[in-house]
Write a protein that binds this ligand. Structure first.
Ligand code: GLN
Length: 364
């Protein structure tokens, strides 16, 4: 493959020169950085990155190739990828392709040989940075506002059902996953715990969900600003008050908004696999996988009905909420991991326990 020079032109005035990998297509998007040392396939296929250009701070990327197992969705939704040192000769027994082949296959432009740590400093200093991957270093990036309906581009269009093969619970509990851009590991975690799973479009109504007769409902992660989905609040409030409900990341933010809290942008996002989170009930700190740019405003939480269950050890931001009377729990981080540690996987067990121990369907 012939090597072409490519540029990352930022709205801060910085221009970074690198080598072009993947599709020769110019793209614009918000720049975000991820600090995970491994897990680039999961990061690239996480639909929450839709519309964004992602840079990895860890320098060597591609060294264990690309496999058929670690897809978090059927294809990457991110706009572009920025790395330091690409590995063209991956080694791993599960690897089927190189990262470069998959960038081509999925039509993703990328730049390598960028000082991704310097780029990360720029993002940290400015907070909200937009850029363009281009062949012209004098190009000005257009300030890109995220498509307000970006969730609709990644959500399933029709419901899909998945059955567990070996449920120890009879009948298997049924969880409906509202898909705002769900990571496959969420459904896999539920299936492995013996649940049947139905994935439904993000805007499925309360009545449609009721007709599926779920034991529990899970609102998934997803891309964009949660406030762009404020029009769904009434539906989400009704669902979360009627069924045992769990929210993850965007799902957590949307449930908080539906119950009167507000969300705001973080100074710069939490994206990586080593974010310490404290469970305020047990005092235990767990290392979590994270990917978010927005956060629930602590002071906006209605403490009459809710308590903050988890906080981020680094910046004290809200990491989890629990309703005081209803079986309703939400987390900002990713208990499904992928990539990252599984310290918080027990939260899926806690969620499911709410309906399996009662032996029959318990609507809240
Ligand atoms: N992973 C997610 O669900 C991210 C939620 C939201 N898009 C944010 O950036 O905060």
């Amino acid at each position: 493959m012939s090597e072409t020079t490519g540029y990352l032109v930022l709205n801060t005035g910085d221009v970074l020169e690198g080598k072009w990998l993947g599709t020769h297509k110019e793209v614009e998007g918000e720049l975000v950085f991820n600090t995970a040392m491994t897990g680039y396939q999961e990061v690239m296929t996480d639909p929450s990155y839709a519309g964004q250009i992602v840079t990895m701070t860890y320098p060597l990327i591609g060294n264990y190739g690309w496999n058929e197992i670690d897809y978090e969705s059927i294809k990457p939704s991110l706009k572009g990828f920025i790395i330091s040192t690409p590995s063209h000769n991956p080694e791993h027994y599960e690897s089927k392709n190189t990262l470069m082949e998959m960038l081509e296959e999925h039509d993703i432009p990328a730049l390598s040989h960028i000082d991704t740590r310097a780029l990360t400093r720029i993002i940290r200093e400015h907070g909200e940075v937009y850029g363009k991957i281009t062949q012209n270093p004098n190009e000005k990036p257009v300030h890109t506002t995220v498509n307000s309906n970006i969730v609709s581009t990644v959500s399933v269009k029709e419901k899909k059902s998945y059955s567990t093969e070996t449920s120890i619970n009879h009948p298997a509990p049924h969880v409906v996953v509202m898909d705002f851009g769900y990571k496959h590991s969420i459904a896999k975690s539920l299936l492995e715990l013996g649940c049947d799973v139905t994935v439904v479009p993000y805007n499925t109504t309360f009545v449609e969900i009721q007709s599926l007769d779920p034991d529990g409902v899970l609102l998934s992660n997803g891309p964009g600003d949660p406030q762009a989905l404020a029009h769904l609040s009434e539906n989400i409030k009704q669902i979360s008050e009627s069924f045992p409900t769990m929210g993850i990341c965007l799902g957590h933010q949307l449930i908080a908004l539906a119950h009167g809290a507000t969300t705001k942008r973080l100074p710069y996002g939490h994206r990586g696999s080593n974010h310490p989170v404290k469970d305020l009930q047990t005092g235990k700190v767990m290392i979590t996988s994270q990917n978010h740019g927005y956060v629930v405003d602590y002071d906006s939480v209605n403490m009459k009905n809710w308590y903050v269950s988890h906080v981020n050890v680094n910046d004290k931001s809200v990491e989890g909420l629990k309703h005081k009377k209803k079986p309703l729990m939400t987390v900002q981080f990713h208990p499904e991991a992928h990539p990252g540690p599984i310290d918080t996987h027990h939260l899926f067990v806690d969620f499911i326990q709410q309906f399996i121990t009662k032996g029959e369907k318990q609507h809240a």
